[in-house]
Design a protein around this ligand. Structure first.
Ligand SMILES: [Zn+2]
Length: 148
């Protein structure tokens, strides 16, 4: 699985990549030079909309993908095949943490109203809970569309 580092312009794509299970760093406050350094230190492929940054990265031997589309569907299509369009190992769209399955018994202390009989996951990074719901259905539809 490729690991990515996205530039500040690609926040929405970052959330999608994490949902698709890609380990994706996003530090929009970083300057270009720090982004390049981090890509090297962390062994990540740079994702950028900035042609100049893309060129500098390639010149230094840093793997980089220039993202051209403005729509999320277009961007995901540009990244496929590097990214496999599967939801099997999703990560937390907020913090990039891995998701762990949660049982209903685990939830006793949380007092959250959660639709019954749905599979649940908890982010091991920030603790946010996820479950299959309407939002998830729309994500699944987009992925199914793109995989066709
Ligand atoms: Zn999280």
């Amino acid at each position: 699985m490729m690991r990515f580092l996205a530039d500040a312009m690609l926040g929405k794509l970052v959330r999608w990549l994490r949902i698709l299970g890609c380990d994706t760093s996003y530090l929009p406050e970083l300057q270009d030079s720090d982004l390049l350094e981090l890509a090297v230190a962390d062994g990540r492929t740079l994702l950028t909309r900035d042609v100049e940054l893309h060129r500098v990265a390639l010149r230094r031997g840093i793997p980089s993908i220039l993202v051209k589309s403005h729509s999320i569907r277009g961007q995901l299509a540009e990244l496929s095949p590097p990214v496999s369009l599967s939801l099997s190992e999703s990560r937390c769209p907020l913090c990039n943490g891995a998701l762990d399955t949660v049982t209903r018994a685990d939830l006793n202390a949380l007092c959250q109203p959660i639709p019954s009989k749905m599979a649940l996951w908890r982010c091991i990074g920030c603790g946010k809970l996820y479950w299959n719901g309407r939002h998830w259905d729309s994500i699944t539809e987009v992925i199914a569309d793109l995989s066709r």
